[in-house]
Design a protein around this ligand. Structure first.
Ligand code: NAD
Ligand code: UD1
Length: 339
């Protein structure tokens, strides 16, 4: 493992930092590239505290080809796990050019420099958002793709770029992970989802209500055609995602598929009210809430069929919703103001 060096773009971010820890624990050698636009250097210290291992950290931007060239010249990188990107749906529709530049041009630059350095193993963080809003909410990887926001379109474009490259060059190994709804935190409580501004996502908002930072949760709509009228999602523990990334490195070695797509979810969906209840049961903290109108751009339900990942990658989600709530809450209570 020590001689398998992995470049992790966005390794200081939420999913990246959990994956870095997992890979360091498995003995991989790690180089992180992050511009800290949505993370802080303090995360790096926490990773060192948890693992007691050394790794390289470079402050830089994936849109900067010079930095990428230097990294590939300096380190013998064998694989790249590419988390770096902007991820706010709302913001993406307000600032589409920034999103296309950062996510799409950044990825093109990364892929170009990988080609020049003859590095052809890449794991890419995509999203269930690429499926858009369809009548059948149980998504298999071959479901039609029709993202309904700029963020989702940047993900689909990058997927398609990778598909094209793999079509013409069988030496490429591209693994596309479509994450469903990542929540939870490292069991140490030292790292977790660290939203810099007001959280958009459900669990970080619930945690901030629980810690007293916000008075109540606003539940976006109770008139969806679901069991209790609130939106349903497939929540997945960030540690399960980290495990999938660890398995992806072995998959590079054993697969003949040049281009592979995997859903990463549990295959179970929960409504907003069910999540509130699970959080209250797991933590014994009451979450006051108010039903308000639907949020623009929200889908009714999103549910993964994760069977392909189980069959081909040997990956399966291990953590249930209760554990996701416990770990999210531990992180929030140890770090009431985030880090
Ligand atoms: P995050 O914002 O916590 O992490 C992304 C990291 O990338 C941050 O540390 C940020 O500073 C860095 N970054 C952003 N642009 C960069 C650039 N141009 N150059 C270098 N570094 C840059 O996000 P996350 O939740 O860890 O998500 C990781 C990836 O997974 C993203 O690509 C995101 O779109 C995707 N994803 C996330 C979710 C989710 O709910 N968290 C769901 C589906 C897909
Ligand atoms: C959001 C993004 C999606 C992204 C995903 C994971 C939007 C429109 N979609 O999806 O592209 O891939 O995060 O990062 O932003 N909810 C509330 N109150 C809140 C927050 C959320 O009721 O304060 C509800 C939502 O309406 C939804 C569920 O909780 O039904 C989950 O919301 P969220 O965590 O934001 O995830 P997604 O909507 O799936």
């Amino acid at each position: 493992m020590k001689n398998h060096k992995i470049l992790i773009t966005g390794g200081a971010g939420y999913i990246g930092s959990h994956t870095v820890i997992k890979l360091l624990e498995l003995g991989f050698s790690i180089v992180i590239l992050d511009n800290f636009s949505n993370s802080t250097y303090r995360i790096i210290k926490k990773i060192k505290e948890i693992t007691n291992k050394n790794f390289e950290i470079i402050k830089g931007d994936i849109t900067d080809r010079r930095i990428l060239k230097n990294i590939f010249k300096k380190y013998k990188i064998k694989s790249v796990i590419h988390f770096a990107g902007l991820k706010s749906v709302n913001e993406s529709d307000k600032f589409p050019l920034s999103y296309y530049e950062n996510n799409v041009i950044g990825s093109i630059n990364l892929i170009k420099e990988m080609e020049l350095a003859n590095i052809k193993n890449l794991v890419f963080s995509s999203s269930a958002t690429v499926y858009g809003n369809q009548n059948n909410h149980l998504y298999k990887e071959d479901a039609p793709l029709s993202p309904i926001n700029t963020y989702g379109r940047t993900k689909l474009i990058i997927e398609e770029i990778l598909r094209s490259i793999c079509n013409i060059d069988p030496e490429w190994r591209a693994i596309i992970f479509r994450y469903f709804n990542p929540i939870g935190a490292h069991e140490s409580g030292l790292i977790g989802d660290n939203p810099i501004n007001c959280p958009n996502n459900l669990l970080p908002f619930i945690c901030q209500v629980a810690i007293g930072k916000r008075k109540k949760l606003f539940v976006f709509g109770d008139d969806y055609p679901t069991s209790d009228g609130t939106g349903k999602r497939d929540y997945i523990h960030v540690e399960d995602l980290a495990n999938a990334h660890a398995l992806s490195i072995n998959y590079f070695e054993k697969t003949n598929n040049s281009f592979s797509v995997f859903n990463l979810g549990t295959g179970k969906s929960f409504s907003v009210l069910e999540v509130i209840k699970a959080f209250e049961e797991a933590t014994s903290i009451k979450i006051p809430y108010q039903i308000v109108k639907r949020r623009d751009g929200d889908v009714c339900e999103s549910l993964a069929d994760p069977s392909k990942a189980k069959l081909e990658l040997g990956w399966e989600a291990k953590f249930d919703l209760k554990r996701m709530c416990i770990d999210s809450w531990r992180w929030q209570s140890i770090n009431p103001k985030g880090i």
